[in-house]
Write a protein of this length. Structure first.
Length: 399
């Protein structure tokens, strides 16, 4: 493996990475960060050898050895090598100057932190991105999960397991939430947009829009937090011809059964289809087949699918539980309180009733807004600055 000598080496530890896509937003967050920042740092990724809830490993990928892929070096670990002994060896090799853990509750992250606490890892800074895991919507997906997570948080605080750890929040709301659970220095740097969007053919911006007709799409993991059942319920109240297609990995089978019942009970004017998972590189191209992206999520620390809808040139109808706010004022969509169900219904009816001229104006606004976001270099500077600041820290004692 070629090792550059002139750049700092950052080891990223994450459960799922490319070519996987069922693990959700962290895959895209890290891939985008690597693409934007690889001229400043050398990135190494330690990850599992299979996608979320997959029994089989990725095909045609060598495991348990470093590979050069996706603008970084990657080590795909088989299950038997995800133990303390293997992790200790990897975390101490190659003179990594920063260990960047992605997820507070991941077993790979927890094992890495335990090794650090026991003094088995050479003294270096550890940075944890908790990816919205402390949001109330993420902690409370079920009573049992909530209790288990709170017990672990309580025990880790009592034992000082995370003493001296540095934290990465993607916005001020996350920073405040994290500070209510743990002490320590918190760096704030936003998630980054893709450097390049696959499937973004500009000559396909136009799409026909007839009044009293609309095609909506939902792309996300099928779980309580993503709130698909809310979308199915509010769409029932709309008058007109509605097509609603759903894409995503089924994470919660019990919850999906509830959604299936709602689909079976849908009125005749509402046609719903589930199409399974869609690879990350196909998301933008898929969204472009529809007129609106509908996503009444209970909470997102970023919401990559929202950005991808904007990249596809399509307006969004989302909840107000994401960083994407004041969309109506920007004339690119709507962010609506989940507690105001009638407001949701009213906006969806407005989408349905919109004529071609009104819709074309909306598309022009979305296109301009997306290019403004994509060309904003300040977010990249914040991320590079965060990494440089963390690397300049004197590594705190392990114990």
């Amino acid at each position: 493996m070629k090792i550059a000598e002139d750049r700092k080496k950052i080891l990223i530890v994450v459960d799922y990475f490319k070519p996987g896509f069922k693990g959700g937003g962290p895959i895209r967050s890290l891939s985008n960060m690597i693409d934007h920042c690889r001229s400043h740092f050398d990135f190494y990724v330690l990850t599992r050898d299979r996608d979320f809830r997959e029994a089989a490993p990725y095909p045609k990928i060598r495991t348990n050895e470093w590979l050069e892929k996706y603008n970084c070096s990657i080590l795909y670990l088989t299950p038997k090598n995800q133990n303390f002994k293997s992790l200790r060896k990897i975390l101490n090799e190659n003179s990594f100057e920063l260990i960047y853990l992605n997820s507070f509750f991941s077993l790979l992250s927890i094992k890495s932190i335990i090794l650090r606490r026991l003094g088995k890892i050479s003294n270096k800074p550890f940075l944890i991105a908790f990816r919205g895991e402390f949001a109330s919507s993420a902690l409370g997906t079920s009573k049992l999960k909530f209790i288990k997570k709170m017990i672990f948080i309580h025990l880790s605080r009592m034992t000082g397991l995370y003493r001296g750890i540095l934290w990465h929040a993607t916005n001020e709301t996350e920073r405040v939430r994290l500070a209510s659970f743990f002490r320590g220095r918190i760096f704030v740097a936003p998630n980054l947009p893709p450097r390049h969007i696959l499937g973004r053919e500009r000559d396909q911006d136009y799409i026909e829009k007839k009044p009293q007709e609309a095609r909506f799409v939902f792309i996300s993991r099928i779980s309580v937090v993503k709130n698909l059942d809310y979308a199915l319920e509010v769409l029932r109240e709309i008058k007109g011809s509605i097509f609603f297609d759903v894409y995503g990995t089924i994470e919660d089978r019990k919850y999906w059964a509830k959604c299936e019942r709602l689909i079976a009970e849908a009125p005749a004017n509402l046609r719903i289809n589930y199409h399974g998972s869609v690879p990350n590189e196909e998301v933008v191209r898929t969204i472009r087949k529809y007129q609106y992206f509908l996503f009444p999520t209970r909470g997102e620390n970023f919401g990559h699918a929202i950005l991808e809808s904007l990249a596809a040139g399509r307006p969004v109808v989302i909840s107000d539980q994401t960083p994407w706010r004041d969309l109506e004022q920007k004339k690119v969509g709507w962010d609506i309180s989940l507690s105001d169900r009638q407001a949701f219904v009213g906006i969806l009816q407005r989408c349905l009733d919109m004529n071609q001229s009104e819709y074309n104006e909306l598309l022009r606004n979305v296109r301009a807004y997306y290019y403004h976001i994509r060309n904003n270099s300040e977010a990249v500077k914040q991320t590079v600055s965060m990494m440089e600041n963390v690397l300049s820290q004197s590594a705190p004692p392990n114990t």
